[in-house]
Design a protein around this ligand. Sequence first.
Ligand code: DC
Length: 221
Amino acid sequence: MAVNIAIDGPAGAGKSTIAKKVSKELGFIYVDTGALYRTVGLNVLRQGKDTRSADDVVPTLDGLRVSLRFVNGEQRVFLGEEDVSEAIRQNEVSMAASNVSAIPKVREFLFSLQRNIAAENNCIMDGRDIGTVVLPDARIKIYLTASAEARAQRRYKELVEKGQEVVFDDILKEIELRDYQDTHREIAPLKKADDAVLVDTTELDLEGSVEYMLKVIKERL
Ligand code: DC
């Protein structure tokens, strides 16, 4: 049976950066489920519809094809035949993803895709509801977090390095708003699973976080 490691936590906690490195070390694939919600959000934005409105969003799911492919162990996400792995990283897509993710039909639409990948592959899967809903029987569950300020600081640096013009306070506000939305939605809200290990990276740099995470995982594998 495939070995699954679930990592959940708020935006900007370093889940993807850390999980990518840890999965390489373990020889597992890394599955970023946020990319799926981002792809649904991107598609709604492109159609000029309201990402907050279920009446607008649900019809866009009809016939929609979202898939993940792994090239040299690296995840690429496809909207139909279009590789949207870069397009979904635009800043406005983050909020769109959070908005559509609160709509039950969207979660239902993406559920089996995530389950099937986990059934067939040794993987680290990250998201908001992986340990609680998608993979409740995952071998190891980790809840990865850091203070909102630390997370905003990291996101700010990342966007500036990509050449985007951003204001720190806007990033912080957006992170706080996304935290609120992701933890307060009715369906599959972000929360620590009872059996998840809490890892707080506020005081850790990337290297320290990876090291700590590997230790937590290897102790339990
Ligand atoms: O991980 P991310 O920031 O790329 O995710 C974008 C949004 O998608 C996030 O604000 C909430 C939603 N999401 C979710 O609801 N469930 C997941 N498993 C992953 C992401």
